[in-house]
Design a protein around this ligand. Structure first.
Ligand code: ATP
Ligand code: MG
Length: 344
């Protein structure tokens, strides 16, 4: 595993609005909130922004990135203001009410320093228990004059209605083909801004930008997957195209394994695809495209489809490894198919 600094998804993570791909409405809104902001008049900072924001959507769509961009924009890229007024918590590690009382509430009540409001960012807030969310709601209400809250979640229904109604919600969605092409173009340009002319070189072969459509379909518009796939492919002109074509061809075998009820092969094939860089959600999406063309009998297709649908819903909120996800998916298919066989 490369050092953090060498991981592209961190190295090229946008830190300003203008570096963000897509998200046009949200970018316009952020600019509106920032109107009149200036580091020399810090009391104006964060003046027009809503009391609370909820960012909801699948993995790799920029929720964490945008929360950090907002903080940077609000505090004028001033490291001292940022360090004292931007507080980030990851709610997937600490899920209970004590975490809200001991950490979040204690932070929320502190007066902002040098700005009118500080920002508390609760990443992966759908991990919070219900009592923790109730306590969070009270904290949000009580300290809204000095603290702006940003919550990021994969699953919006996991957030209690009382919090949802206090937030301005932005739904993040997988990116389009054109946006994936934009991301590739921006990555290519990135080094040109950061290094002197003598050290400038493309970060991947320029031929790769032609494969944006295949990259889009292999990743399902998840920009983290896009960046990871680009970084982990050999930097040869044809390598990306070949890898992506391979990924798209490969779903016909697992689909046949579903139709044949060969679950051991299915498990092995899906794990191979996941190691090749295919996301859980995209794997399910394309598996289904193939399975539905195979003419399985109606009862077996129904039982497969109901398991498949459940796992589509689980895919974006799955907290463990892809291997674990595949084990569970295949086990669920196997159990359901055994029930169908017994009944017949
Ligand atoms: N709008 C964007 N513009 C440019 N790059 C982006 C954008 N959104 C995401 N990325 C890239 O994808 C990576 C992952 O994004 P991020 O961590 O913000 O996703 P997320 O929505 O928080 O995902 P998760 O639900 O898994 O936490 C970033 O480091 C960045 O490289
Ligand atoms: Mg995130």
């Amino acid at each position: 595993m490369p050092e953090k600094a060498e991981v592209w998804r961190e190295q090229y993570r946008p830190s300003t609005i203008s570096e963000l791909v897509g998200l046009e409405k949200l970018k316009r809104d952020i600019k509106g909130w920032m109107k009149g902001n200036s580091v020399s008049r810090p009391t104006n900072l964060v003046r027009n922004a809503p009391a609370a924001l909820l960012f909801a959507g699948p993995p790799g769509t920029g929720k964490t990135t945008v929360a950090e961009v907002i903080a940077r924009e609000m505090f004028g890229q001033n490291e001292d203001l940022l360090a004292t007024n931007f507080h980030e918590f990851n709610a997937s590690d600490e899920r209970g009410i004590d975490f809200i009382r001991d950490n979040v509430k204690q932070t929320a009540r502190i007066n902002p320093m040098g700005v009118s409001r500080k920002v508390i960012f609760l990443d992966e807030a759908d991990g919070l228990t219900k009592p923790a969310q109730e306590a969070l709601r009270r904290t949000m209400e009580k300290y809204s004059d000095k603290t702006m809250f940003i919550l990021a979640v994969n699953s919006k229904p996991a957030i209690i209605p009382a919090i949802q109604s206090r937030c301005v919600t932005y739904d993040f969605a997988p990116y389009s083909e054109a946006e994936v092409a934009d991301l590739m173009g921006r990555l290519q340009k990135h080094l040109f801004r950061r290094f002197p002319t003598s050290a400038r070189q493309p970060i991947f072969p320029s031929e790769w930008t032609d494969s944006y459509d295949l990259l889009h379909s292999a990743t399902g518009g998840d920009l983290r997957q896009c960046v990871d796939l680009l970084q982990s492919t050999a930097k040869e002109p044809d390598a990306l195209h070949e890898r992506l074509v391979g990924l798209s061809r490969d779903l016909s075998n697992p689909a046949l394994s579903v139709a044949m009820g060969d679950y051991e092969s299915l498990r092995v094939e899906l794990k191979r695809l996941s190691e090749g860089g295919l996301s859980n959600l995209e794997m399910l999406r394309r598996l289904h495209q193939f399975v539905r063309t195979l003419g399985m009998d109606a009862e077996r297709f129904t039982s497969y489809s109901s398991v498949w649908g459940d796992f589509v819903m689980k895919a974006t909120a799955w907290p463990l490894s892809s291997d674990d996800f595949i084990d569970y998916f295949v086990a669920a298919l196997q159990v359901t198919s055994a029930v169908v066989t017994q009944e017949n």
